[in-house]
Design a protein around this ligand. Structure first.
Ligand SMILES: [Fe+2]
Ligand SMILES: [Fe+2]
Length: 272
């Protein structure tokens, strides 16, 4: 039989906590319940939980502060927020989307909560635990890094063998990209085995003006590449067209990286 999911339940209302706890246990979940958010952080320090289910309004620490504190200890802890103030959620802005898989209103619909629990702890339809997913991801990154190493040496060998400047240029592009890919794979791996990484909306806001200016720069490069390609149309300048197409796609890639950041900032992208 599968190991039951470990749920950490935090609500300052003891009656609500007890009822909810009994319901979840009757569904076969393993539940740790506390009315005290500080005790909750201690519990997270001592054990890995699959999911935190937390009330928004609590006297010592609200649900958002609590999930932030817990994520410092268990970086990928999923969370569901419960609140009797669903109408006031706007004031919390996009942070909610960063920290919670979902927000459920009080009075709580238990069936809906059970459904959300199974959704937020099941990844892409498989039943792997968060820890198993992390381990698989680390393995995948390690084997991918080896493939990039092979790409770097293979492009190097081709560069050595040919004097043709176009082939050399293409191989140089691929070689540098492969090094960068490897760097990103290593970064992803490190976020799982060393330092967890978070990005807050405040950190984004700090540099957002500069990023917006940079987005303008990227748009200009895309326009320039398109203009140049337009000018070449039908002129049979195969090499130039080939390389300009590469530049266009690459500039579009930069643009899309930044557009995704903008979506994360608006809370429209499920980050975290
Ligand atoms: Fe690659
Ligand atoms: Fe660019």
């Amino acid at each position: 039989m599968d190991k039951p999911l470990n749920i950490l339940l935090v609500d300052n209302d003891p009656a609500q906590l007890r009822t909810l706890s009994l319901y979840l246990e009757s569904e076969g979940l393993s539940v740790c319940a506390t009315t005290d958010p500080l005790e909750a952080t201690n519990l997270v320090r001592g054990k890995t939980y699959d999911l935190l289910v937390v009330d928004l309004m609590m006297p010592e620490m609200d649900g958002i502060e609590l999930v932030k504190a817990c994520r410092h200890i268990q970086k990928n802890l999923s969370a569901i927020l419960i609140t009797g103030h669903i109408d006031k959620m706007d004031q919390y802005g996009s942070d909610i989307g960063l920290y919670f898989k979902t927000v459920l209103p009080k009075p709580l619909d238990i069936d809906l909560l059970i459904e959300e629990i199974s959704k937020s702890t099941r990844y892409g339809g498989n039943d792997m635990s968060t820890k198993e997913i992390q381990e698989k991801l680390v393995e995948d990154m390690q084997s991918w890094m080896k493939i990039e190493d092979a790409a770097v040496s293979s492009t190097g060998a081709i560069i050595e063998k040919t004097d043709n400047p176009v082939i050399r240029m293409v191989m140089e592009i691929i070689q540098r990209d492969s090094l960068m890919h490897r760097h990103v794979q290593e970064f992803i791996k490190d976020t799982l085995v060393k330092e967890p990484v978070v990005m807050t909306t405040d950190e984004l806001a700090d540099v957002w003006e500069m990023i917006e200016k940079h987005i303008e720069i990227e748009k200009k490069t895309i326009d320039t590449a398109r203009d140049a390609l337009e000018a070449l149309k039908g002129k049979k300048m195969v090499v130039q067209e080939y390389l300009l197409n590469y530049l266009l796609v690459d500039e579009q890639k930069h643009d899309s990286l930044l557009e995704t950041l903008a979506m994360i900032k608006k809370g429209m992208y499920p980050y975290g």
